[in-house]
Design a protein around this ligand. Structure first.
Ligand SMILES: [Zn+2]
Ligand SMILES: [Zn+2]
Length: 735
């Protein structure tokens, strides 16, 4: 309602009007036949009144012996019937859609149509459609392009459409017409009912819905350029499938009723001379009538549909109709982000309004997102009380965690469920990043070495992490360009958690804890360099925590929000180091697995013997002793040519053809291990006996829910597997 927006709305209205694209036409309103006036919805009082349900037969046009039964409280409007409507999912009527029936005593043929409005639970579930005498029927009529047949005069008497009942009041007509229907066998039954009737707040007579003059926008000439813009990809919807909906809607568009009988809104810039009836559409109120000179002038009391002004948003917000600097610089823009539920209401109207005014599509892309539903997939609503207040969530989890959760695990245009587990893991991720950054900062003191010096001293792990963040930037950028926000966020998450935090920091820790020197300086330099890049990559998804961490980093004079996005650089692509580190990491994982399987404390030291599959692997292992010591507590690395050099008591694993052996004597205390395994065997025997007993019990099997029985079956399988392993290990030990 700002002055600027109001000016834009008025200007737009006048331009369309002068081009002949806005006109006055018919619309249904509340009418008091006694006061002879329209009433706004707020002026209608609703009362429960005793009335009657008349069950009326409508014979089929193709077989007059059969008929469709409709229950109505207002048989006097039957003269205006144009269709019968049933819900498309109503099994009783599905097969009848498309057939015609005959309006009793009137003789006109009308179709049976499908519409979502009829309530399947209410009455017969089907409705007679009388667009000129009921607001809901009017809307249904518009949806199906039905005729509007009015059978009453302004004073509530019947008109010529009602034939021999013309001139009767609506109530006299009801009585006479029902009697005739009964005499001709068209009434099945009449039931008493209480129904809600709208009455005039002034005279308390029953109001009569009536079609009246309203303002419309002629849509065909506006829809065509909007269709063309999509066809020529001047505006693209993402995901592409929404283009179909956009096109379908524009191809089938009807003229748009823009006048509303509400108090709040932009007023229609139309003025009427009270003396000669002249209509004047202009920006400012006319001082006198252009035709008769009268000063007795009133402005149209209607206001505009809210989407009439919202449709101008891409340029009205930039100062249009004035040629502002903002308009020149920012219009047209690139991306509009919105939900699929307002493609018709908003997106389409912005596109055709902008094309009409500027000749340009207001944006090149419309990125459509889904709706956030509750954990059970239901739409959040007041009546269900399942809404979630984002401010509460932010208080408990943080704004970044909420934002990250909403962006990950989604795909464009699809609904998502509000998920507290994912919210929690998003918060954990933020914590992980915070702790890792704190660790890095605690280990940075004094000036960082310069890039040239650092570059000369890069180790394989430094090149690896630099190469990896380089690739993460490439992938994240590609995902973002395709509007795959969730995939981009996940890619950045994986890099930060799995590569930077879990591996790189662990690998360089000994260097940071060691004496000052080139290695320490290089590690510090790379830790900061990569941290900066990953903060930039994460910034769109977690703006607050990244900006905060950024403010503590050395050599960051500007805010992160305006820092440059990291770009992929071929110079920082170290393919060989990546292969090298991948090998080391795989070997470390294997060693850790063996240790875990054998319940070896992480602190227990062990030796590792390798049989490399190729020269490259041999090289990696030779240079990798440090990694194995740091990451897997391996005190000695030995490389041999074949198995003959390895004893029998070993645990082993194979990675990419290279064999790894760990001498068992290093890992376990034989006597203690046998003792432990014997104990475990006894425990498992007990468990197995219990589960087998349960599953052998007829009563349990027949009475317990299937899920419980299945759970027991799964337990049996699990214990059997564990038992096999324990027995196998025991035999091995005893050998
Ligand atoms: Zn009245
Ligand atoms: Zn006049």
């Amino acid at each position: 309602m700002d002055e600027g927006c109001n000016e834009a709305v008025t200007e737009f209205f006048i331009r369309l009007y002068e081009k002949g694209l806005i006109y006055k036409g018919n619309r249904i309103i509340n009418w008091c036949p006694d006061c002879h006036t329209t009433l706004s919805d707020a002026e209608v009082e609703h009362e429960d009144t005793a009335g009657k349900y008349y069950y009326v037969k409508y014979p089929y046009a193709d077989n007059k012996d059969e008929y469709f039964i409709i229950a109505t409280t207002r048989p006097e409007t039957i003269f205006g019937d144009v269709a019968i409507a049933a819900h498309p999912e109503d099994e009783r009527y599905k097969h009848l859609i498309g057939r015609n029936v005959i309006v009793p005593l009137v003789g006109r043929e009308i179709p049976i149509i499908a519409d979502i409005y009829p309530d399947m639970e209410k009455g017969t579930g089907a409705l007679k459609i009388t667009p000129a005498h009921d607001p809901n029927d009017f809307e249904i009529g518009l949806r199906h392009n039905l005729e509007q047949i009015s059978c009453m005069n302004e004073d509530g008497t019947m008109n010529e459409i009602a034939g021999k009942y013309e001139g009767m009041t609506r109530f006299e007509c009801r009585e006479a017409f029902v009697k005739d229907l009964e005499d001709n066998g068209y009434i099945v039954k009449i039931e008493n009912t209480d129904h809600n009737v709208g009455t005039c707040y002034r005279c308390h007579n029953i109001i009569e819905p009536r079609i009246s003059d309203q303002w419309f926008v002629k849509m065909k000439p506006l829809a065509e350029p909007a269709l063309k813009a999509a066809a020529h990809k001047e505006v693209e919807l993402v995901p592409e499938r929404f283009t179909k909906i956009y096109n379908h809607w524009l191809e089938n568009i009807r003229d748009w009723c823009i006048s509303r009988q509400l108090w709040w809104g932009h007023r229609i810039p139309a003025y009427y001379c009270q003396d000669c009836g002249e209509l004047m559409v202009q920006k400012d109120a006319p001082k006198k009538c252009v035709k008769c000179g009268s000063i007795n002038i009133n402005q149209d009391e209607d206001v505009l549909d809210t989407w009439f002004s919202s449709g101008l948003w891409p340029f009205s917000t930039l100062g249009w109709p004035h040629e502002t600097e903002d308009l020149k610089y920012f219009y047209p823009t690139d991306v509009l982000v919105t939900g699929y539920d307002i493609i018709f209401f908003w997106v389409v109207r912005m596109v055709f309004s902008a094309l009409e005014i500027t000749g340009k599509s207001p944006f090149t892309h419309v990125f459509i997102h889904g709706l956030v539903r509750d954990a059970e997939g239901r739409k959040m609503s007041k009546s269900l009380g399942n809404g979630i207040d984002p401010l509460d969530v932010i208080d408990n989890y943080g704004a970044d965690a909420l934002r990250f959760m909403l962006m990950t695990g989604i795909s464009p245009g699809n609904d998502t469920r509000f998920n507290y587990d994912r919210l929690e893991s998003s918060r954990n991720f933020a914590n992980k990043l915070w702790n890792a950054s704190r660790f890095v900062l605690m280990n940075i003191d004094g000036d960082l070495t310069d890039e040239e010096t650092a570059k000369k001293n890069y180790k394989a792990e430094d090149k690896w992490i630099i190469s990896r963040v380089n690739k993460a930037a490439k992938d994240a950028t590609e995902y973002l360009e395709k509007f795959e926000l969730g995939m981009a966020a996940q890619r950045v998450y994986d890099f930060i958690w799995n590569e930077y935090c879990d591996w790189y920091i662990e690998i360089v820790k000994p260097k940071l804890y060691g004496a000052d020197g080139v290695d320490k300086d290089t590690a510090r330099f790379v830790l900061i360099k990569v941290l900066k890049d990953m903060l930039k990559l994460l910034h769109p998804f977690m703006p607050f925590i990244t900006e905060e961490i950024w403010s503590y980093l050395p050599n960051t004079s500007e805010r992160l929000v305006i820092a440059e996005w990291p770009e992929y650089s071929e110079e920082e692509n170290f393919e060989e180091s990546e292969i090298n580190l991948e090998f080391i990491m795989e070997a470390v994982r294997s060693i850790r697995n063996i240790r875990a399987e054998m319940n070896v404390l992480p602190s227990r030291k062990a030796r590792a013997i390798f049989i490399p599959s190729k020269d490259e692997a041999k090289m990696f292992i030779e240079s990798g002793a440090n990694y194995f010591a740091t990451l897997a507590n391996i005190t000695e690395v030995k490389i041999v040519n074949d198995k003959t050099e390895i004893g029998v008591d070993t645990a082993s694993s194979v990675i990419d053809g290279t064999e790894i052996y760990l001498p068992l004597a290093d890992l376990i205390d034989f006597e203690k291990e046998v003792e432990r395994l014997e104990k475990e065997k006894v425990r498992l025997e007990g468990e197995l006996k219990r589960v087998k007993g349960k599953l052998g019990n007829e009563k349990f099997i027949s009475k317990a829910p299937e899920s419980v029985v299945n759970e027991e079956k799964e337990k049996l399988q699990k214990y059997q597997l564990m038992m096999e392993k324990v027995v196998e290990r025991l035999e091995h030990m005893k050998k």
